[in-house]
Design a protein around this ligand. Sequence first.
Ligand SMILES: *[C@@H]1O[C@H](CO)[C@@H](O)[C@H](O)[C@H]1NC(C)=O
Ligand SMILES: *[C@@H]1O[C@H](CO)[C@@H](O)[C@H](O)[C@H]1NC(C)=O
Length: 350
Amino acid sequence: MLLAELLLLTFLLFDYGKSTEITFKNVNFQGYRMFTPKFRPTILSGNNLKDYLPNKDFDTLEFVDQVIPVLYENSIADIEHLNELIIESSNVREIRPGAFKNLPHLNRISLKVNKLERIENGVFNNLQLHTLDLSHNQITNVYPHAFDDMRHIYYINLAYNNISKWDPSWFKNTPELSILFMKNNLIEELPERSFQNLRIKNIKIRNLNLIFSNNKISKIHPKAFVDLKRINQLVLTNNLLEKFDKEILQNVVVNDLRLNNNSIQCFEENALDTIFRGQSVYIEFNPFDCECLKILQKWAKNNNNKYLGINEIKCDDDDEEEPDVIEIENVVWDNTLSVNRITLVLPRKN
Ligand SMILES: *[C@@H]1O[C@H](CO)[C@@H](O)[C@H](O)[C@H]1NC(C)=O
Ligand SMILES: *[C@@H]1O[C@H](CO)[C@@H](O)[C@H](O)[C@H]1NC(C)=O
């Protein structure tokens, strides 16, 4: 009797545990076909979206301003016609591995403006997506294999999140990945071989765009980009770089390089031909002193007046030159001299 009760209790608990996995409670969504609204059902309570699709006349499903805290396993599964899935501003905190399954035509997902804190392995792998928007969440933790084996992914947007560490093991087997938005995160460093998985393995040229503006990057390993030959756009605007060494771009040509709004004191003169060899280079809003500006402007002049964003900056070196401050240990003020004359007795070296 007791045993039977215990079993029943266990079963009930187990069943209860299962039955709480309800992704959609009082949720509205909109179905579209070719941008035309087709239906707008409400799900009172259920986990499998496919059970609530009134017909097959749609290519896009959109959830906006809903409350969907957790996308449980199989919540978005077995929907043959789905092309684009939009779940925006819907308080999504968590996506369980296996939430997206058997979606043969799904090529875009937007989950922007939610409350995601981590992206686990097993959520996006092996989907046929070309576009994934995870911007404006609170992601701090992206698992090392979270984006592996996304063979058609072209665009990933992780902007406006809380990512503080770049992991070189991300993006394995993503041969089409070309646009990576990482702006407005908290990344501090680009470590050695940061882009080892974005190396081009065949003749095909990947037109890579890496957008890292508005992070906290103060360190770039000299071999951070060693796996890449060419980058279309590398945006490091608004970071904390104090220097940018020649080695970083030794073997990679960056078509459009943006280093503006950092704390770079200057570049080494013999590094300029390497760092500035791409088509556009923006270096304005760095604390270059006059001496540095002169070196940079001279280089620009000798290189067809290449636009660096600083060519116009006037150095008031000559007009309002601040006097050099000489530190002197022994100063003797001779009162007998006129007030304009001061005798400085410089300490003898050795
Ligand atoms: C993410 O960063 C924002 C702003 O810096 C902060 O308010 C928020 O608490 C952070 N969230 C997490 C989960 O760390
Ligand atoms: C760069 O800094 C300047 C001066 O502080 C500011 O006006 C400008 O908006 C900044 N640009 C970016 C892209 O942050």
